[in-house]
Design a protein around this ligand. Structure first.
Ligand code: GAL
Length: 654
């Protein structure tokens, strides 16, 4: 049974932390949730200290009351295991389960996420509390979903991690010789002669060994997945409800989200946009398209977003009026079957007291709460969309190994940035109105007409062969600079870049990288500009579409084409990149979901299995947006021919 089936529609609600409040407030919560149409509350994320006040002693009475109360009020529960925030008694009882930073500092409680994910004492405690919760609430009528942990994010470099890392390496490599070979330890006298010499990549004097650093990321992701599976399986022993964990799609990446996508019953992400205005809208699509893709196209759940201000170390972002609805429908457009917030009621005290919520400090008589209520009522009118999916003919390739390969020390340029290249490729398609999937380089790509491959600095042999197959099968492929440079052990490709099968598919050979200085801009023969990076490209069958005009590379190809295989050897300026993407879309016959809309107006189509279709139209501009034809809008329950500035529409397709 899907979540939407269990809820009878789209999910709407948020993190609910009633332990911060008293009975009078709970009564008000009941009424406000009913009025807003809340049907799902995430409970217990940070409740470990209350649920298990001393090791092995549980107190469930308060949670019994909360679940019963929510259930009586028609609100289903997404029940969390509280393992992201162990209580102080845990620290004192298990000091060896506290995290150690790369420079050797052991952290203590007083915040959250203070545990070493690998420490047996932590894993046992996490499994025990998850099991106890599942035994007690596995069949509770309120429980619709299990929320394991909260954002598997933290890393640790302690001795227990070192031991686990070695075990992981022993399984991966057929002996220490193979590890030495893979990590290239012949250089800098790093040769290992015994396993216990091998450490996690702790603080070092200078560049870390790249192979060691990459393997540590892989190891950590596997550990996090194992920790998730342990709790999931403990829960499944007592409950038939769906199990998930809230993934992050932030600016860094500690997890292989493809692997998590295979293990969760429904993909759930938290999303806090990386910028304001149109950038927030583009970032919403970027997050949503990844969430959908990690789940193989299934409907997913937006587990957390903010109603307004989000404070982080380096930015303060607030939502403008109308954005609560527009961002939420943005997630829906990209395939979510519901949208939740962090959190229901803004905390009066504690570490996140200034983080926005569905009921702000000012109370229900506030702009924010009114917009929340309006969203609840809009979602109530969109129930027929539940279970429908999004179809894309274009894909951007995304791989955590490639990401991690570009996080290391000693790269050919400090300005190569995986995430921004990935986001830029997606943004160019989004600007063109095209719906985009993400795919792993080794996935079957045959359903796509256009594939963009930005920033696959690391590309496996299998990935390179897969891309050659895609082009041979008639697909249009754009491979971008610094691609296929190393194999999956981070060993440089010899004889020229990229990997041989890809060189063949593209009809080129890259002989030399020429990273550019920060203020350097090269002019290409078609009038566009390149910055950041350039390459000396030799033609082996391809034709030059544009050439460099200055410097050592003057006259040599910058952009090439070999049948349907395109290669771009520099980072193009925005206009040049947009023009190239437009050309490729035309060549591959990929069209916007709803052609004819002005720039800044987004439209994505959701398809039901029985052939019904809905266009979700989001006007991110300050001008009214005319629709190509008048249509029935589910939000206003009438025919419309334009969408007001900043407004949204959900058009039922005839
Ligand atoms: C999330 C986290 C929440 C809350 C929120 C604030 O990453 O899961 O607990 O801290 O950020 O934006």
């Amino acid at each position: 049974m899907t979540l939407a089936d269990r809820l009878g529609g789209l999910a709407f609600g948020g993190d609910y932390n009633p332990e911060q409040w008293d009975e009078a407030v709970w009564r008000e919560d009941d009424e406000l949730m009913r009025r807003a149409g809340v049907n799902l509350a995430t409970v217990g994320v940070f409740s470990w200290a209350l649920l298990e006040p001393a090791e092995g002693e549980y107190d469930f009475a308060w949670l019994d009351d909360q679940l019963d109360r929510l259930h009586a009020n028609g609100v289903a529960v997404d029940l969390a295991t509280p393992t992201a925030s162990p209580p102080p008694w845990f620290t004192l009882a298990h000091p060896d389960a506290l995290p150690v930073t790369a420079d050797g500092t052991r952290l203590v409680h007083g915040s959250r996420d203070t545990y070493c994910l690998v420490a047996p004492a932590y894993r046992d405690a996490a499994r025990r509390i998850a099991t106890a919760l599942a035994e007690r609430y596995g069949n509770h009528p309120a429980v619709a979903l299990w929320h394991v942990h909260n954002e598997y994010l933290t890393l640790c470099w302690c001795d227990q991690v070192a031991a686990a890392f070695r075990n992981w390496l022993r399984r991966r490599y057929d002996g220490l010789d193979a590890l030495n070979e893979a990590w290239g330890t012949a250089f800098w006298s790093q040769h290992y002669t015994a396993w216990d010499q091998v450490l996690p990549p702790r603080a070092t004097q200078w560049h870390k060994n790249p192979g060691q650093a990459l393997d540590f990321r892989r190891f950590w992701s596997d550990e996090a997945l194992a920790a998730y599976r342990e709790q999931r399986d403990a829960i499944r022993g007592h409950s038939d409800r769906l199990v998930t964990t809230n993934l992050m799609v932030p600016a860094y990446q500690n997890l292989d989200l493809w692997a998590f996508g295979r293990e969760v019953d429904v993909v759930a992400i938290d999303h806090y946009p990386s910028g304001p205005g149109i950038d927030a809208a583009a970032d919403t699509a970027f997050g949503g398209d990844r969430a959908r893709s990690f789940g193989g196209g299934r409907p997913w759940l937006l587990m957390e977003q903010g109603t307004n201000t989000v404070y982080t170390a380096d930015r303060i972002l607030a939502k403008e009026p109308g954005e609560i609805l527009r961002h939420s429908l943005g997630h829906l457009a990209h395939g979510a079957d519901g949208t939740l917030f962090f959190q229901w009621r803004q905390s009066r005290a504690g570490a996140e007291q200034w983080h926005s919520a569905m009921v702000p400090h000012a109370g229900p008589d506030s702009r924010i709460h009114r917009e929340v209520v309006a969203l609840g009522s809009a979602l109530g009118r969109l129930g027929e969309l539940a279970g429908s999916t999004v179809r894309a003919h274009a894909a951007v390739l995304h791989d955590s190994d490639a990401w991690w390969s570009m996080d290391g020390d000693g790269l050919p340029s400090a300005d190569l940035d995986y995430r921004s290249a990935l986001a830029r490729a997606h943004r160019a398609l989004w600007n063109a109105g095209v719906t985009t999937d993400f795919a792993h380089p080794e996935h079957d790509l045959s359903r796509y007409r256009l594939v963009l491959a930005p920033a696959l600095f690391l590309l496996s042999d299998a990935g390179a062969a897969n891309l050659r197959r895609f082009v041979a099968g008639g697909g249009t492929l754009l491979v971008q600079y610094a691609n296929g440079v190393v194999d999956d052990r981070l060993h440089a490709r010899l004889g020229g870049y990229p990997a041989a099968p890809l060189r063949e598919a593209l009809g080129i050979r890259v002989e030399e990288h020429r990273p550019l200085a920060r203020d350097e801009r090269l002019v290409l023969s078609d009038g566009t500009h390149g910055d950041c990076w350039s390459e000396s490209v030799r033609l082996h069958g391809a034709e030059a579409v544009a050439a460099y005009t200055t410097g050592m590379l003057a006259g040599s190809p910058a952009l090439t084409r070999h049948g349907r295989g395109w290669y771009l050897s520099t980072r193009l300026d925005d206009a040049g990149y947009a023009a190239l993407i437009a050309r490729l879309l035309a060549a591959a016959s990929v069209e916007p979901d709803l052609p004819g809309l002005p720039p800044g107006v987004e439209a994505v189509t959701r398809h039901a299995e029985d052939g019904r279709r809905w266009h979700i139209v989001l006007n991110h501009t300050a001008e009214p947006a005319r629709l190509p034809a008048s249509a029935h809008d589910l939000l206003t329950a009438g025919a419309i021919h334009e969408v007001r500035p900043g407004g949204c529409a959900v058009l039922r397709s005839p």
